[in-house]
Structure formats: C-alpha cells, structure tokens
Design a protein around this ligand. Structure first.
Ligand code: DX5
Ligand code: ZN
Length: 215
C-alpha cells in the first residue's frame, strides 16, 4: 500500500480542521505540511502555530517539509508543535548530518530533500542517517505546477541505493502528482506520495485518497 501525504497547502485555509479530518477519514496516512519562509523559496505559507493547532484534532503522521533558510533554528518549534517527521532541504543546510542527528535526538523521524537541480548523488554520504528522502518533482515554492518526469531517475537511484546498502529511508516524491504521474512514481520506487491540488482540489476528496493509497 502506498502512503499518501496530502499537502495542506492546497486546502481551503478557512476550513483547515475540517479538511484534515476529511482526508484522515478517507484513509490518508500522513499529512504534508509545507513551511515556506519567503527566502529559501519565493512564497510564504504558515508556521509552527498552525501545526500546533492542528495536532489535537488529528492522529495523522505529521510530515513537516521545511522550505526555509537556517532550518536548525526551528527544529524545536516544530517538535513542540507536534511534528512526527521533519524534512529540511540539503541546499539550506550547513551541516546536514548534524541536522539529521539533531532531529533524531528530538525523537522524530529525520528527512532531507533535494530541489530539481540538485543531483541526488550529493546525498550519498548522508543516506545512512535518513528516515526519509524527499525528491522534489517541481521547483519548491508553489502548488499546482507540472511534474518533472526527469526526477523519476532520482527515485530509481534512491531505490537502488536502498536495496544495495540496506538503508532504512522511505522515498517520497512531491510536486505535480496526479493520477498518471503517481503511477509512474510508484513504479520507479516512490513509497510516499505528496499530493496537494490533486487531493484538496478534487470534487470527491475521498475517491482521490482511495485511489492514491490503493496504488
Ligand atoms: C511545493 C510543495 C508541495 C506542494 C505540492 O513547494 O512542497 O508540497 O504543495 O502541490 P501539488 O501537489 O499541487 O503540486
Ligand atoms: Zn512539500
């Protein structure tokens, strides 16, 4: 079964709680929380306060995707807000191994993400420390963009490395996931699908959740 992490960025922010409950009831396992600072990416989303407010209403696994500069400054905030996993960007990290170890020491799962122009091979030394590797299949910053098919090669490489070395990380893909690209991503080795527009923009959210989790 594929893990679906609906991205809250595409939800109606006036009804956040209801929307989280709806995807949870429909069978989504994770909730993807996109944190943007207007600096690492050219957009601002929301911060730890929203995560903290959602925590008591949901049992979903909170997958926090930090698209921010100086991620080391905010790990405690997101831990205290109720994150289950914190994923930061390789491009924003001065000492990625230390960051991964710090997140683990907080008792959380630790993830790292790469932008489309960053080769995955740069992560080679870091892979033993990762619980999750997030492949961006769009330029981070906005929902509703088109899937970059070339990024499937990164997913395949990560799958190969995982099998060859026995690493524990889960492979997640984020950006432009729809019914067609999801099939390609899962075939390449993706285990966690992030989907914003495809889930929260759908007429029948429950049907979409059932489709993606059933892949
Ligand atoms: C983009 C975010 C994504 C985004 C995905 O920077 O990391 O999680 O919400 O949105 P869709 O699924 O609409 O491409
Ligand atoms: Zn994301």
């Amino acid at each position: 079964m594929t893990i679906l992490a609906p991205s809250l960025l595409a939800a109606d922010f006036s009804r956040l709680g209801e929307m989280v409950k709806e995807v949870e009831k429909a069978g989504a396992q994770w909730l993807h929380l996109d944190i943007m600072d207007g600096h690492f990416v050219p957009n601002i989303s929301f911060g730890a306060g929203i995560v903290k407010n959602l925590r008591p209403i949901s049992r979903l696994f909170f997958d926090v995707h930090l698209m921010i500069a100086e991620p080391e400054k905010y790990l405690n905030d997101f831990k205290n807000a109720g994150a289950d996993l914190i994923c930061f960007h390789y491009e924003a990290a001065k000492a990625p191994v230390v960051l991964l170890q710090t997140i683990a020491a907080l008792g959380l799962k630790a993830g790292i993400s790469v932008k489309p122009n960053t080769p995955c091979q740069r992560l080679a030394e870091l892979l033993p420390y990762c619980d999750l590797v997030l492949v961006m299949s769009v330029e981070p910053g906005f929902g509703g963009q088109s899937f970059m098919t070339e990024m499937l090669d990164k997913v395949k490489w990560l799958k190969k490395m995982k099998q060859a070395k026995g690493y524990r990380y889960q492979i997640e893909i984020d950006g432009g996931i729809n019914r067609e690209t999801a099939v390609q991503a899962v075939a390449a080795g993706a285990e966690v699908l992030v989907a914003g527009t495809a889930v929260f923009g759908a007429q029948d959210i429950g049907a979409e959740v059932a489709y993606y989790t059933g892949l």
